[in-house]
Write a protein that binds this ligand. Sequence first.
Ligand SMILES: CC(C)(COP(=O)(O)OP(=O)(O)OC[C@H]1O[C@@H](n2cnc3c(N)ncnc32)[C@H](O)[C@@H]1OP(=O)(O)O)[C@@H](O)C(=O)NCCC(=O)NCCS
Length: 145
Amino acid sequence: MDIWTIRRDDGFFVTNDPARLDFDFIHAGLTSSYWSPGISREKVEKAARHSVAIGLYDFNCFQIGYCRVVTDHTHFAYLADVWVDPQRRGGGLGTFLVDSVVNQPEWHHLRRFLLFTADAHGLYARFGFGALEKPERAMVRLGSA
Ligand SMILES: CC(C)(COP(=O)(O)OP(=O)(O)OC[C@H]1O[C@@H](n2cnc3c(N)ncnc32)[C@H](O)[C@@H]1OP(=O)(O)O)[C@@H](O)C(=O)NCCC(=O)NCCS
């Protein structure tokens, strides 16, 4: 896997470098999220291992945000677990994280980038995400978790 890093002038950066991931931070966030309350650390780490896990870091290299992309790198990608430290929200960091991820050159040619969100539609709309163009063609099989 190619490691990439997008760095801002203030030293904050986004990277897919797995060596930088702080699973104390990631698990604390995701286990308190509305979509995976109480999720175990084991599941968080397993999902990250099988995804392209991406971190957002401050200028001291402390992790302050996370997301992951499930993809075949050819046709399809699914953006999940987008999370920014609550203390740091509202300052453009979520935008920086999503921008860095969806504009990765390796994913430009994908046919579809999919995500689910309860209330952050505005954040994603600025990067071209919208409602399913033909929802009658989409189906989902719900699992037990
Ligand atoms: C969503 C999240 C990643 C945004 O991070 P952030 O650092 O606050 O994002 P930004 O400061 O770049 O804000 C981006 C824009 O999205 C909007 N926005 C952010 N979160 C929003 C939410 N939950 N509902 C509606 N709008 C939201 C902001 O108002 C802002 O709009 P503006 O630029 O016009 O003011 C962060 O709020 C978060 O971690 N939330 C909890 C987890 C979550 O809901 N993740 C998304 C699941 S798909």
